[in-house]
Write a protein that binds this ligand. Structure first.
Ligand SMILES: *[C@@H]1O[C@H](CO)[C@@H](O)[C@H](O)[C@H]1NC(C)=O
Ligand SMILES: *[C@@H]1O[C@H](CO)[C@@H](O)[C@H](O)[C@H]1NC(C)=O
Length: 248
C-alpha cells in the first residue's frame, strides 16, 4: 500500500483528538501467559512446555516419563498416556510436561489457571495439574489431582504436614471437565486460592507466604504411588485442552 505522506499527516490530529487521554498506559491490562492455542501443534506445545519434570523423568510413583508419551494426537488436545512394562523399579512408561516459564503471584496481583480434562480415576492412575515451588518444596498447590479413587482433590501445602485438602466425587470421568484456579495476593504475603470445577467453586484455601515465590506448572500422568497398586495393565489416557494461564 502506498498512500501519500500527506494523508497520514492529515489523519494524525484527528487520532489525537479521538484519544485525548492515552489511558492505555494507566489501565490494568490482563496478560495471557499461556494461550489456549498452546496444544494446537507439537511446535506450539514445545514453545510453552518442556517434556518430563523440571528435575528429570521420574517422581514419586511407578512411572518413567518419555516425550513419546506426551503428544498432540489431535490439534488442540495434549494426550499423556501410560503403558505397563512390568520393569523394575518403574513398571510404567508415561508422560509429563511442565511449563517453560515459572509463575509467581506478585504483590497486588494474581494468576488464573484453567483447562479442560479427561482424567482417569482407576486405581493406580495418578494424573495431576499442579504447581510446585521452583526454589523449594513446599509450596505446592494441586489445582487438580486424581488419586485413583473416583474423586478429585484440590490441595494447598503450607508445609509438608500443614495441608488443606478438599476431595469431592468426580463424575463422568470419560467427559471433559473444566478446572480453574484463581490465585490472588491476599495481604502481601498469603495467597487466596479459589478452585472451580465446571464453573462451580469447590474450595477456597490460603497458601502461607506464597506471594513472590516462583512456581513450576506440571501436568503429569504418574502411576501407582499415592493412587494405590496394582495399577492397570492396559493403556491409560489423560487428555488436556483449552489450557490458559492469565494474569489480571
Ligand atoms: C496475612 O494474613 C495471615 C493470616 O491469614 C497472617 O498470618 C499474616 O501475618 C498476614 N500477613 C501480612 C503481611 O499481613
Ligand atoms: C496455611 O496458611 C494459611 C495462610 O496463612 C492459613 O490460612 C491456613 O489455615 C494454613 N493451613 C494449614 C493447614 O495450616
Amino acid at each position: 500500500m502506498h498512500f501519500p505522506g500527506a494523508f497520514f499527516l492529515a489523519l494524525l490530529p484527528s487520532l489525537a483528538l479521538a484519544h485525548p487521554h492515552p489511558d492505555s498506559a494507566l489501565e490494568k491490562r490482563s496478560q495471557t501467559l499461556i494461550p489456549t492455542s498452546c496444544f494446537d501443534s507439537t511446535s506450539a506445545l514445545t514453545t510453552f512446555f518442556e517434556y518430563h519434570y523440571p528435575w528429570g523423568q521420574t517422581h514419586n510413583g511407578a512411572a518413567i516419563m518419555w516425550s513419546g508419551h506426551s503428544q498432540i494426537l489431535s490439534p488442540g488436545t495434549l494426550t499423556l498416556w501410560s503403558t505397563y512394562t512390568g520393569s523394575s523399579p518403574y513398571s510404567y512408561d508415561s508422560g509429563t510436561v511442565y511449563a517453560k516459564q515459572q509463575f509467581t503471584v506478585a504483590q497486588g496481583s494474581g494468576l488464573t489457571f484453567s483447562a479442560d480434562f479427561i482424567a482417569p480415576v482407576a486405581k493406580g492412575t495418578w494424573p495431576a495439574f499442579w504447581l510446585t515451588g521452583a526454589n523449594s518444596w513446599p509450596p505446592e498447590v494441586d489445582i487438580a489431582e486424581w488419586k485413583g479413587n473416583g474423586m478429585i482433590n484440590f490441595n494447598t501445602f503450607n508445609t509438608s504436614s500443614a495441608v488443606q485438602v478438599t476431595q469431592i466425587p468426580y463424575n463422568n470421568p470419560g467427559s471433559f471437565h473444566t478446572i480453574r484456579a484463581v490465585l490472588e495476593d491476599e495481604n502481601g504475603s498469603d495467597v487466596s486460592i479459589k478452585f472451580y470445577m465446571d464453573g462451580q467453586q469447590t474450595a477456597h484455601q490460603y497458601a502461607h507466604g506464597l506471594v513472590g515465590q516462583p512456581l513450576w506448572l506440571i501436568i503429569d500422568l504418574q502411576m501407582e504411588g499415592s493412587s494405590g497398586s496394582p495399577g492397570p495393565k492396559s493403556k491409560t489416557n489423560y487428555e488436556i485442552k483449552n489450557l490458559q494461564v492469565t494474569q489480571p
